[in-house]
Write a protein that binds this ligand. Structure first.
Ligand code: IMP
Length: 423
């Protein structure tokens, strides 16, 4: 597996952490390419739970190179908090490299994320409040502060002064009060010594690794339907979680990518606002939430739950060129007498088997559901395909045939070993 991208094929929280952890074992370099500490990956290793927001999950392997690519936005306070916490648990972070071009989440980004959501009122996006959107806004507006700026005090001070001219007007408007540019600069400079050993030309590092025949795993955060271009805009994040984002977010050409692993839950969840055609507002949805522990790793928010949306999954396969699927949390569906999957949408009298062109139509889409038989036998102990109950096998086969994509991994429990690898 020379170069593999792992992406979320739904609205995030698909269990990418576990799949990335599994695949990381077979790769030499693990690189994150977008998002920031809005992400939350949980990995269970030898019964010990690790939660990552910013650092690539591969950090738990001592001999892997871990990269935070240029497409990631970094809150230094969170980054060094995470590094410290790992060190305290005996995990070395010496093998972490951070792109000099990655943008920094500044204190004013976090403040502006909060007030902008508040001012949107009932039209709010339901962001994680981590300053992600405002940071990407500044990147595109060419007002951003990059990791490399920390190494040049004069430039850093000048840039923060320039950025705060406009930000302070906004902060005053929202009654938060202006920030002192020198104080903001000094605070950031306090991280300089800790940043320095990690800063690198990560595009060069990754390309060299590939040239030397080493393998690279690109670790996506969030999911396809939260993509700024292809998600359910405006209820999306501000980056490109789709596979294409891995190239732009690390400086690796598309011709170097061999595999794209799309991760999807056996059902669907979503946090925050926005349309969700298969959402279940009943006891089945509530059971999925409880059995699947569907509470956000980052914000603790309860996730909305619903049936698997195959139209959306097929869309994810298309826009990311997914070569293989990993279906997670199959165990959560055990015991349901029947399982529904959405194979089409209905909007008024129109029937769609692809995403409707206009977002308004998607907001009004009702799912056309196909009923499949459930299974009662527990699946958690299954180590091979043949050990899965017939209902579970039929369910996975249906997903694979509908999306015309090979299912390679099936997660039947949270632990590393609770995963079926298809031959
Ligand atoms: P932001 O990324 O904090 O700006 O939030 C934008 C939208 O993306 C909101 O609906 C969030 O709930 C959602 N979101 C961001 N990160 C994640 C994630 O890791 N999992 C699931 N949803 C997320």
């Amino acid at each position: 597996m020379p170069a593999t991208i792992v992406i979320g094929a739904q609205w995030g929280d698909e269990g990418k952490g576990k799949i990335t952890d599994l695949l990381a074992e077979r790769h030499n370099v693990i690189a994150r390419y977008q998002g920031g500490n809005n992400a939350g990956h949980t990995i269970v290793r030898d019964g010990e739970e690790f939660k990552f927001h910013l650092i690539p999950s591969g950090i738990l392997y001592p001999n892997k190179l871990c990269v935070i690519g240029n497409g990631v936005v970094i809150d230094p306070h969170i980054l060094f908090g995470e590094i410290e916490a790992l060190r305290e648990r005996g995990v070395s972070v010496d093998n972490l490299r951070i792109s000099a071009n990655a943008h920094l989440i500044m204190p004013y980004h976090v403040l502006l994320d909060g007030v902008s959501e508040k001012s949107l009122g009932r039209f709010r996006i339901g962001t994680t409040g981590r300053g992600i959107g405002p940071c990407y806004v500044d990147k595109v507006a060419r007002l951003g502060i990059r990791v490399q700026d920390v190494l040049d005090e004069k430039i850093l001070r000048r840039k923060i002064h320039a950025a705060l001219v406009e930000k302070n007007l906004l902060l005053d408007l929202y009654d938060i009060g202006a920030l002192d540019p020198d104080q903001v600069t000094d605070e950031l400079l306090s991280y300089r010594e800790r940043f320095a050993p990690h800063i690198a030309d990560t595009s060069l590092l990754i390309n060299k690794a590939l040239d030397d025949g080493r393998s690279v795993l690109f670790e996506g955060a969030q999911g396809t339907l939260l993509d700024i271009d292809f998600g359910t805009y405006p209820f999306v994040t501000s980056s490109n979680p789709i596979a294409g984002g891995a190239c732009a977010g690390t400086g690796v050409g598309p011709t170097r990518i061999n595999y794209v692993m799309g991760v999807a839950k056996a059902y669907t969840t979503r946090v925050g606002e926005g349309p969700f055609p298969t959402e279940l507002d009943d006891e089945v949805g509530a059971a999925m939430c409880e059995v699947g522990h569907e509470y956000g790793t980052t914000t603790g928010r309860k996730r909305r739950c619903g049936w698997l949306d195959l139209v959306a999954l097929k869309f994810a396969c298309r826009v990311s060129g997914i070569t293989h699927l990993a279906i997670t949390k199959l165990d959560v569906l055990t015991g349901l007498p029947t399982i529904m999957v959405c194979t089409k949408y209905k909007v008024g009298r129109k029937v769609y088997d692809e995403f409707p062109l206009h977002q308004t139509e998607f907001h009004h889409a009702r799912p056309v559901l196909k009923e499949l038989p459930g299974w009662n036998e527990p699946v958690t102990k299954a180590l091979q395909w043949a050990q899965l109950p017939q209902g579970a096998r039929d369910y996975i086969t249906f997903i694979s045939e509908y999306t015309r994509t090979e299912v390679k991994l099936i997660a039947v429990g949270p632990g590393r070993d609770e995963t079926i690898v298809m031959p």
